[in-house]
Design a protein around this ligand. Structure first.
Ligand code: SAM
Length: 290
């Protein structure tokens, strides 16, 4: 049997009774980082053989683990923190096990994103988990296009050294929405800061981001989203563009056309490409190109 075992995300007191029982009684623990998990096991006086299973060896390791499971061994799968499979290796092994007809059970526990969602004070009835949005420009653009029109609460993970960059990115795309920045959850310095991206930028420019972060972003208002986007005219988009552009110049800022288009798209809750086409429609007429 494969047991997927959630472990604490910072506070060892959050380990469950069942997690300890499974870790004590299984044959092997498959761990993302064996040294890290060894510390956890030692803390609870558990002695167990460990086998590594992480992002870069998971493909090679899978056949061995499946063979052991097929032979009737009980394997507990853990990650460095929280729930395996959630922005952590695990999902592939679970799929391989279920494909092989092996029984899979789970010992539930902490997930940083869910804890942050609950603490955010934002709607929890419908939400989207995006994990790490990463550094790849194309993926970030896809994320931007999605979040502009997303009505559900959005949860993302972010590393401390990229926090300010991501807040700046959010300021451009979802400037007026509420964002909860949740830091060091369950740890001594746990903190939940609620505000707009611009407010968080000011805070984290003065206070260097340290620790682990989850960002929870308010969805766009249903009443002004996609359905109403249809009533936005090309002239509205063009006028808004000029208004933002003029406003920026008055503040001494020379902003890129693309950045302004993004802001226009966000303010009307329409996709960036649509905003661009609508802007160009009037722009070309005004210039006499059409
Ligand atoms: N499997 C984990 C879970 O269930 O949440 C997530 C693992 S992912 C590799 C690590 C990321 O989760 C961190 O970079 C951070 O964004 C978030 N995270 C994990 N622990 C956290 C904590 N105590 N406070 C805030 N964020 C945390």
């Amino acid at each position: 049997m494969l047991y997927v075992v959630a472990t604490p995300i910072g506070n060892l007191g959050d380990i469950s009774q069942r997690a300890l029982e499974i870790l004590e009684n299984c044959d092997i623990v498959a761990a993302e980082d064996t040294r890290h998990t060894q510390k956890l096991l030692s803390h609870f006086n558990i002695k167990k053989p460990l086998i590594s299973y992480y992002e870069h060896n998971k493909v090679a390791r899978e056949p061995l683990l499946i063979e052991k499971l097929t032979n009737g061994e009980n394997i507990a799968l853990v990650s460095d923190a929280g729930t395996p499979g959630i922005s952590d290796p695990g999902a592939d092994l679970i799929k391989a096990a279920t494909d092989a007809g092996i029984e899979v059970s789970m010992i539930p526990g902490p997930v940083a994103g869910i804890m942050a969602l609950v603490l955010s004070g934002l709607p929890t009835d419908k939400f989207v988990f995006e994990g790490f949005i990463g550094t790849d420009n194309k993926k970030r653009q896809e994320f931007a296009d999605m979040i502009v029109a997303e009505t559900r609460t959005v949860i993302i993970y972010e590393a401390p050294h990229r926090l300010l960059k991501t807040l700046e990115f959010l300021e451009k795309n979802v400037c007026n929405r509420k964002i909860a920045v949740c830091r060091e959850l369950t740890k001594t310095h746990e903190e939940v800061l609620r505000g707009t991206a611009a407010e968080h930028i000011i805070h984290f420019t003065e206070n260097e981001p340290r620790g682990e972060f989850v960002l929870v972003i308010e969805g766009t208002d249903k009443n002004t989203s996609r359905t109403e986007a249809a009533v936005v005219t090309a002239q509205d988009v063009y006028d808004k563009f000029n208004e933002i552009s003029k406003d920026s110049l008055n503040k001494g800022l020379r902003r890129k056309k693309n950045d302004i288009i993004k802001e226009v798209a966000a303010s009307f809750n329409i996709p960036k490409n649509q905003a661009y086409d609508m802007y160009e429609e009037i722009n070309l007429q005004t210039r006499g190109d059409l």
